[in-house]
Ligand binder design. Structure first.
Ligand SMILES: C[S@@+](CC[C@H](N)C(=O)[O-])C[C@H]1O[C@@H](n2cnc3c(N)ncnc32)[C@H](O)[C@@H]1O
Ligand code: SF4
Length: 455
């Protein structure tokens, strides 16, 4: 990677998995505000529903983890949590128009597979019995292979899942040991065979930038992944934010790889994946050529929500359940409390545990459209966005922090190409897509928030 560009652009910027980023959400978003936001969400097109269920428990905490995760609780506590989630589903779905259809259900965490499968089945039934489904909805779950035998996978197949995301992180056991993580219980080839026989689509998660990882060793891991031919693969850049996640402090002592080595890990992995026919979707997602995400990218119709990339067909609006869950509705984001006891008690008393939220102004909705389009499709077509939003190109540009001069600067540095329609990210500039997005962000100017660096 170009050292000059790195020096200039490797500064903290939001990841833009949402706009505005989650650290802009404010407290004081009331239950009534949430009711209103859900009712408004019924009017938006496409009408499809996307549900996210957060299961926060993990059997063992990985030192690098930046997710909303908690150590495993006793079964009766888990059962109380699941009852609270069911209650939340009941309360929220009461405001959703009953003829809307489910396009996506996603279980994340923590580790959804840490709790007995019967609980997951119960939650799935509560959602699926309430609404119809579109043709081929995506019903997905994040799995930790360290604790799953064949009967564990079979229960998930029986519960109706059609996509499973396996958290491999690294195939090297020494790396896993250094970060306090268990390697897969079953040989990975056997897991693939079983899931393929049951027509389950498979995603694999990896993370680079951990102790003991080198470009050489990480490419062995990616090579092994390629041999398995997953449908999708993600290479997360390890985000080291010990002030937010104190459990990460121990990794400083174990020795994190140098920045240049971390860059080489990604570069080598990317080349290997491209050589094997995988296509990049966004910066760190790789999919097979026949994947619907790649087709959407080619048409400029890729979207994303907190669950990852999606198409317009599946995106809908996201209604999240569970502690820390973030709902992404047309006019607002809302986040549940992070406090487990409070989450359960609020629902047991018949109320929704909303803690924070953000109601987007019309201007911010335009900025969100532009930044999301850039982050997903790696280009901005001002005319297309204006016509989608039924406003003029000038209105779109004025709503953002757009500056000809800044854009020319990115173009001069070979990060973007300016054309008649707007701009296109160049391959050399793609690691700095977040910087281009930040230059359009009206809320970022003068904001005093903590973000990670692009590389
Ligand atoms: C909720 S976890 C996946 C499910 C399951 N708990 C597991 O670990 O297999 C989601 C993903 O976030 C990624 N992740 C966790 N902490 C991260 C961090 N600090 N930086 C970058 N990625 C991280 C990991 O790769 C992980 O697979
Ligand atoms: S990476 Fe997964 S298993 Fe590890 S602590 Fe985080 S959520 Fe739990």
């Amino acid at each position: 990677m170009n050292t000059g560009l790195l020096q200039k652009y490797n500064v903290p910027v939001p990841r833009y998995t949402s706009y505005p980023p989650a650290n802009f959400f404010r407290s004081g978003f009331s239950e009534e505000d949430l009711h209103k936001a859900i009712v408004r969400s019924n009017e938006t097109d496409p009408p499809h529903l996307s549900f996210y269920i957060h299961i926060p428990y993990c059997r063992q905490m990985c030192f690098y983890c930046g997710c909303n995760s908690y150590p495993m609780a006793k079964t009766d506590e888990v059962s109380r949590y699941v009852d609270a989630v069911l209650k939340e589903i009941d309360l929220v779905c009461g405001y959703i128009r009953s003829n809307r259809k489910i396009a996506q259900i996603h279980y994340g965490g923590g580790t959804p597979t840490a709790i007995p499968a019967a609980f997951i089945e119960k939650i799935n039934r509560a959602l699926l019995s309430r609404f119809d489904r579109i043709a081929n909805p995506e019903i997905a779950i994040e799995c930790h292979p360290g604790y799953m035998d064949e009967s564990g996978f079979a229960s998930l197949v029986g519960a109706g899942f059609n996509r499973m995301s396996l958290g491999i992180q690294d195939f090297d056991n020494n790396v896993l040991k250094a970060v306090n993580r268990k390697s897969a219980l079953l040989p990975i080839e056997r897991i693939f065979k079983f899931l393929r026989q049951n027509k389950i689509r498979i995603n694999l998660d990896f993370i680079y930038g951990l102790p003991l990882q080198t470009a050489e060793r990480f490419s062995k891991t990616i090579g092994k992944a390629i041999d398995l031919s997953p449908d999708r693969l993600v290479t997360f850049s390890y985000a080291h934010l010990p002030s937010l996640f104190p459990r990460q402090l121990v990794l400083d002592k174990r020795g994190l790889p140098e920045r240049e080595e971390k860059e080489r890990m990604f570069e080598k992995a990317r080349i290997l994946l491209f050589e094997s026919g995988y296509k990049a979707v966004g910066l760190d997602h790789f999919v097979r050529e026949d994947d619907e995400l790649y087709a959407a990218l080619q048409k400029g119709e890729l979207h994303r929500n907190f669950q990852g990339y999606c198409t317009r067909r599946t995106t809908g609006q996201v209604y999240a359940f569970g502690v820390t869950g973030i709902s992404q509705l047309s006019m607002a984001y809302t986040q549940n409390t992070k406090n487990m006891a409070q989450y359960i008690e609020t629902l047991e008393s018949g109320h929704l545990p909303v803690e924070k939220g953000y109601a987007l102004t019309e201007r911010e909705q335009i900025v969100r459209e532009v930044i999301t389009d850039l982050m997903c499709n790696e280009r901005i077509n001002w005319r297309q966005i204006a016509s989608r939003m039924n406003i003029s190109v000038a209105d779109v540009k004025q709503a953002t922090a757009f500056s000809e001069q800044k854009m020319q600067g990115f173009a001069d540095d070979g990060i973007i190409r300016l054309d008649e329609e707007g701009l296109v990210m160049l391959e050399k500039g793609s690691p700095f897509i977040r910087n281009v997005a930040a230059s359009l962000d009206v809320l970022l100017q003068g904001a005093n928030k903590l973000f990670s660096t692009p590389v």
